[in-house]
Design a protein around this ligand. Structure first.
Ligand SMILES: CC[C@@H](C(=O)O)C(=O)SCCNC(=O)CCNC(=O)[C@H](O)C(C)(C)COP(=O)(O)OP(=O)(O)OC[C@H]1O[C@@H](n2cnc3c(N)ncnc32)[C@H](O)[C@@H]1OP(=O)(O)O
Ligand code: CO
Length: 142
């Protein structure tokens, strides 16, 4: 794992929390993106070299909606950057972790992502995050 790619924070209202984090960090969010497959609307902030992802649920079935109902607002996951997500999924599965999706899926901000179940990781939901190689090709076309 190379570094922490982002911290995911579950919030009830993205607009309210965007204003709050803008005050805290002194910079506006640089992107808002919906990821329907995950049932979330996200916004991103840069704080120096670090990245914060705010997550609002799009519907009641969203993992973020369930999290908010059980635990309230707060840190939802830590995402680690990896070079080869397929190799990391294989390695961590071999180590006995429960990888929630064995095939990487499309995340936000041009990433491929996979999650480890928090029950096996000291109660912390861990996201693996690799730059989506296709996004580079797509940006070349623009
Ligand atoms: C924007 C896209 C992407 C990116 O590019 O960055 C994202 O970040 S998407 C983020 C949202 N997506 C996900 O969270 C996907 C992975 N999560 C899941 O698949 C599920 O949330 C889960 C972890 C499998 C749990 O869901 P489920 O089995 O349906 O049950 P519960 O919701 O009732 O939870 C069971 C159990 O787990 C605890 N839990 C749930 N979420 C977290 C969490 N984020 N951190 C720590 N613990 C968590 C929950 O509290 C329950 O515990 P108990 O009550 O003790 O049983
Ligand atoms: Co994330």
């Amino acid at each position: 794992m190379k570094k922490i790619e982002h911290l995911g924070i579950a919030v009830h209202d993205l607009e309210v929390s965007n204003a709050l984090f803008e005050k805290i960090l002194g910079v506006p969010h640089y992107k808002i993106e919906e990821v329907a497959s995950e049932g979330v609307k996200t916004s991103f902030f840069k704080a120096g070299p670090n990245k914060i992802e705010l997550l609002q649920a799009l519907d009641d079935n969203s993992p973020v909606a369930k999290f908010l109902a059980k635990r309230g607002e707060g840190v939802h996951h830590i995402a680690f950057a990896v070079d080869d997500i397929v190799a990391e999924i294989e390695r961590l599965t071999h180590e006995g972790f429960t990888v929630l999706n064995k095939i990487p899926k499309k995340g936000a901000d041009n990433k491929l992502v996979a999650f480890l179940h928090p029950k096996g990781t000291n109660g912390v939901l861990i996201e693996l995050c690799q730059e989506d190689p296709l996004s580079k090709l797509e940006s070349r076309k623009e």
